[in-house]
Design a protein around this ligand. Structure first.
Ligand code: NAP
Ligand code: ZN
Length: 371
């Protein structure tokens, strides 16, 4: 058996887990930069909970609340300037994947003055600041991954800053913060978690340890996602979604994502489709493509989700996608060709089994969208 598994993040889950574990912040220093999106952290109670425990312990805090969805490199550069100015000893990221990813980028650039490509390639000669993560969506799993997905505002393309140094030291999972999520964001982020668990499970880099976690994540998501089609989202379901999303993050931290994410990036960057929705639009056709190469794993996914087969899987995803715009998005022939070429340049395409060429990617896009 070949196996490599690295997960240095301490995960703490439960109602009021920040209050109950507040001493962990002080162990990283006396000054911090808090990184959030523009509004939600101030509205869902997460920011207030963090500020309260910092003040109780005399930790100086500065707020950077300018992170936009699909954060840009320039936003991260601005945050890094602020981290330097306030002499932050550590960073706290609160929010969805966008705020957490920006916080990771800031943790890297605070002490490493890098520009352009070197932000993504390193070397990171100076330390990365320790990072705490408080996820408020249940989807990206960024709280337990070594990835920060940043948008290059020039090319509009997503880039992946991947380095073990940005695994958060601690992730606090309190599902109360996710109660205020709108139905479309709940569905899109839940579908992102499902994509992670599934892609990790069928990735060429999967291993018995990541598979064990992926199976549990897929099983849990399979029990809750059908409830979302009926807009049933009580605290218990929210907690399962947050837990399953964290598990899926642990999976992709080992296996990477595959063609679904490689193809989804252009849908977000050039068609303005939410990250999780972009992946979900491609999932059914992706399965059609990979099934001949890995029929057993694909049928295990259906079984874990308590679904008879591919038809019912497609119906569930289609029902969930109804939370979005009335009609499915469409792509032109030119977009299909361009997006397939861009996807082929992504590192994660190589994690796909079988590895697709341009023709196969074009076919997946064409069959997933009306043209
Ligand atoms: P997001 O872009 O972080 O947030 C989407 C929206 O949800 C924002 O408007 C945000 O508002 C709002 N929001 C967040 N938490 C909320 C809450 N509790 N209640 C109400 N509204 C809330 O969405 P996401 O899907 O979580 O993250 C997507 C990003 O993560 C993409 O850039 C994707 O590429 C990346 N990603 C990263 C990884 C990784 O491993 N690092 C994996 C997958 C995806 P505010 O802006 O006001 O906060
Ligand atoms: Zn994702």
């Amino acid at each position: 058996m070949k196996l490599s598994f690295y997960m240095p993040t301490k995960v703490i889950m439960g109602k009021e887990c920040i209050e109950h574990n507040k001493e962990l912040f002080l162990s990283q220093g006396k000054r911090t930069l808090i990184v959030t999106g523009r509004k939600s952290a101030a509205q869902n109670g997460s920011l207030a909970d963090v500020v309260k425990v910092l003040e109780q312990q005399g930790i100086e805090h500065t707020l950077f609340n300018k992170v936009e969805p699909n954060p840009t490199i320039s936003t991260v550069q601005q945050g890094a300037v602020m981290a330097r100015e306030c002499k932050a000893d550590f960073i706290i990221g609160i929010g969805g994947g966008s705020a957490l990813d920006a916080a990771k980028g800031i943790a890297v650039l605070a002490l490493n003055s890098l520009e352009g490509d070197s932000i993504f390639t390193g070397p990171y000669e100076n330390p990365v600041l320790p990072l705490f993560a408080v996820p408020t969506t249940a989807g990206t799993g960024s709280e337990v991954t070594p990835y920060s997905i940043l948008t290059d505002q020039g090319t509009k393309r997503k880039r992946n800053l991947a380095t073990p140094g940005i695994f958060p030291v601690t992730a606090f999972l309190d599902a109360r913060y996710t109660l205020a999520l709108s139905h479309p964001i709940t569905v899109n982020t839940g579908l992102d978690a499902l994509s992670h668990a599934i892609e990790g499970y069928v990735s060429v880099r999967s291993n018995p340890n990541s598979d064990m976690i992926a199976r549990e994540s897929i099983r849990l998501l399979g029990s809750v996602l059908p409830l979302l089609t009926k807009k049933e989202t009580g605290f218990e379901s929210r907690e399962i979604l947050l837990y399953a999303s964290m598990l899926a993050g642990q999976v992709i931290a080992q296996t990477g994502t595959t063609a679904v994410h490689a193809m989804g990036y252009s849908l977000t960057s050039f068609k303005n489709i939410d990250h999780g929705r972009a992946n979900a639009l491609l999932l059914s056709e992706y399965f059609t493509f990979i099934t001949p190469a890995q029929p057993e794993k694909v049928s295990q996914v259906y079984e874990l989700m308590n679904l008879p087969g591919h038809k019912e899987f497609t119906t569930l995803i289609d029902d969930l996608l109804k939370a979005g715009p009335g009609e499915k998005e469409s792509l032109t022939g030119e977009e299909i060709s361009r997006f397939a070429s861009l996807a082929l340049e992504e590192g994660n395409i190589k994690n796909t089994l079988p590895e697709p060429g341009k023709t196969e990617l074009e076919k997946i896009y064409r069959n997933s969208f009306s043209t």
